[in-house]
Design a protein. Structure first.
Length: 226
């Protein structure tokens, strides 16, 4: 804290000036002491009423109310879906145009899942609903405690390897064991084998008759599976 004393200092060239007052100002250090705030009684902030724990009947009723609330949400969602379907049907169907560059992954998915679709760059309402159905079928698995888990815990009360604790290193990676992924991992070997076969079936009609005969003879006499 600065001192409020009004002072005047002689100039450095004045006779008899020794800078004592200036040094005192420069080296001055205030003394700051901590002043503890006034303590307030704890009784002012504590509610003396003790809340009794909920009984099992109260908890059961709360659970039933929660389930009924979720059921009401499901009914509202179904009603909203019916209204959307009716509006699309009355408007002569609905379709969205996809960009081949920006929506390349969506177009490729439509070609795989709906090869009968003439224009894969057009996303119709029917294809959109089918995509939602596929997502629901492949929704993340919710971790659950099964009856086998409960039985195993009763037989071995000291068991501590729940939740993958006893798995080997590398088996608890999210892409393998987590239920957060909506898409199952791709079996690359099976995908490549199916892709080669599909490519051959596409090229087969373009082969001339002589080559077709040779290919057929090779398939008939081949000792390995194709």
């Amino acid at each position: 804290m600065a001192r409020k004393e009004k002072t005047s200092f002689p100039l450095p060239d004045d006779i008899g000036h020794d800078f004592e007052r200036q040094n005192d100002i420069l080296t001055f250090r205030p003394r700051i002491n901590f002043v503890q705030p006034e303590q307030q009684p704890l009784d002012e902030f504590v509610d003396h009423e003790i809340e009794l724990p909920d009984t099992i009947d109260t908890l059961r009723q709360q659970t039933e109310d929660l389930v009924e609330g979720y059921a009401a949400v499901v009914k509202l969602a179904e009603q909203a879906q019916r209204r959307i379907d009716d509006r699309v049907a009355n408007s002569g169907n609905f379709s969205a145009k996809l960009d081949p560059k920006v929506d390349a992954a969506v177009i490729a998915a439509i070609k795989r899942c709906h090869p009968e679709h003439e224009d894969s760059t057009t996303l119709t309402f029917g294809v959109y609903k089918d995509c939602l159905t596929r997502l629901r079928q492949n929704r993340p698995r919710v971790p659950q405690v099964t009856a086998e888990d409960i039985k195993a815990a009763k037989e071995d009360p000291l068991r501590t390897d729940f939740g993958g604790y006893g798995n080997q290193h590398g088996e608890n990676r999210p892409e393998i064991s987590s239920a957060a992924g909506a898409v199952s991992p791709l079996d690359l070997s099976a995908f490549q084998a199916a892709g080669v076969l599909a490519l051959f079936l596409l090229l087969f009609p373009m082969i001339k008759k002589e080559d077709k005969l040779e290919v057929a003879q090779h398939l008939a006499s081949a000792g390995h599976a194709v």
